[in-house]
Design a protein around this ligand. Structure first.
Ligand code: NDP
Ligand code: MG
Length: 385
């Protein structure tokens, strides 16, 4: 067989957050396609042993650890927050896979877009915190944001290049998380272990708790607004417990397109690297509609899971409100995971921060980071025990 790709140089991928759930998935996917992709840079926060193992296996030109402690293995690595931006600006980095958790990924996203690179974005908090600034950086620098989040990947695949005017609405699917069907009384005594037992997805701890509160879906609504330029009244959410239909798009003629697949992040990661092309990937599980059936849908229990409504409110309010929503959530989830906050108080903390701080200035990156810091301080002070 003639290799039609002969002579094509593999594209350099900087994997930020390589030691996390999405990061390790990405390295697995990239390893299957050495003719297409090579790892140009790896970064982590403080997991030096795993980063060292990855660096030895892949020999990237750049390795960075934000919280390096000077141990043997970190010698020769870049350290400090600046290493994230250094990793993305390298000329041998063509694509930045941002798999950092939380607001910490913001500057790397902006730097990559300003440098005209593709950002395969898992780090949704970046878009929620500063959606306008991030999308403006892409316009200015000629970079592009391609979502890794499975729902947004599904929407991108369904839209398939059609203009925004063709879209009547998008419908994001939500698994409902581990507490689907729980009453408000039951949720009062939900433990950390309960929250981390997600029925369909294996993910990092923060997003797993976000899936339990439905704050994850709130973040995804705001993410969809910025990615696809859609007003909030054209973004809806439906619970789909099997996590097989990854999202749907309804077009103006009434036709609805959906993207289906196993609940695995491998395909959305691969697609974010290859979009708009598709490449053969024999490891992706085959879809069996009979084995997957039945596929069911139900409304979101908004009274039990008020984070979704709050997220819509933050998105519609705009300005600093999404940044406050995100930062208050990050802080409250950290407190919950530390056993210092009860499960239902996470959403109360977000609501409290929003009513006090949503009106803060939001014109610049620094304004938004100030709102982010205020929201964290508010939650730590009022809810941190
Ligand atoms: P993990 O917690 O598993 O991994 C986070 C990664 O980011 C780790 O490599 C960690 O390094 C690094 N990191 C953490 N904090 C910082 C920081 N302050 N500065 C630099 N690096 C940091 O998270 P996930 O992989 O689950 O999620 C990553 C992102 O992808 C999140 O935004 C999440 O919402 C999104 N996402 C995840 C999905 C999933 O299936 N997991 C699905 C869809 C979206 P270290 O290991 O050293 O701490
Ligand atoms: Mg998602």
């Amino acid at each position: 067989m003639v290799d039609t790709r002969a002579g094509v140089t593999p594209r350099g991928v900087a994997v930020l957050g390589s030691t996390g759930s999405i990061g390790t998935t990405a390295l697995r996917v990239i390893a299957r396609h050495p003719d297409r992709f090579r790892v140009s840079a790896l970064t982590a926060f403080n997991n030096a042993p795993l980063l060292d193992e990855q660096a030895r296996g892949l020999s990237p030109a750049f390795v960075g650890i934000v919280n390096g402690n000077g141990s043997e293995s970190t010698r020769g690595w870049a350290t400090g927050v600046g290493c994230l931006v250094d990793a993305v600006r390298r000329p041998d980095t063509d694509i930045v896979l941002n798999a950092i958790v939380g607001a910490a990924g913001l500057d790397a996203t902006i730097a990559a877009l300003e440098a005209g690179k593709r950002v395969a974005l898992a780090n949704k908090e970046t878009l929620v915190l500063a959606g306008e600034i991030v999308t403006e950086a892409a316009r200015r620098g000629g970079g592009e944001i391609v979502p890794v989040d499975s729902e947004h990947s599904a929407i991108l695949q369904c839209i398939a290049g059609r203009p925004r005017a063709d879209i009547r609405r998008v419908i994001l699917t939500a698994s409902g998380g581990p507490f689907r069907g729980w009453s408000r009384e039951q949720l009062e005594s939900a433990t950390v272990d309960d929250a981390l037992r997600h029925p369909t997805w294996q993910m990092g701890r923060k997003i797993t708790v976000d899936s339990a509160t439905l704050a994850n879906k709130a973040l995804e609504v705001i993410e969809a607004h910025f990615l696809f330029g859609l007003p909030y009244d054209r973004i809806e959410v439906v619970v789909h417990p099997q996590s097989v239909v990854h999202s749907m798009v309804e077009f103006v003629d009434g036709s609805v397109m959906a993207q289906l697949g196993a609940p695995s992040m491998e395909l959305p990661v691969l697609y974010a690297l290859t979009h708009p092309d598709r490449i053969e990937d024999a490891a992706t599980p085959r879809f069996d509609p009979v084995a997957q059936s039945p596929l069911t849908f139900e409304p979101v229990a908004e009274d039990e899971f008020p984070a979704l409504r709050l997220g819509f409110r933050a998105g519609i309010a705009g300005g600093a409100a999404p940044a406050v929503f995100n930062a208050a959530n990050e802080e409250a989830v950290a407190l919950f995971l530390d056993g210092k906050l009860e499960f239902p108080r996470i959403v109360e903390a977000i609501g409290s921060a929003m009513s006090e701080l949503a009106g803060m200035s939001s014109a610049t990156r620094d304004d938004l980071l100030a709102a982010d810091a205020e929201a964290r301080a508010h939650v730590a002070g009022r809810f941190g025990g």
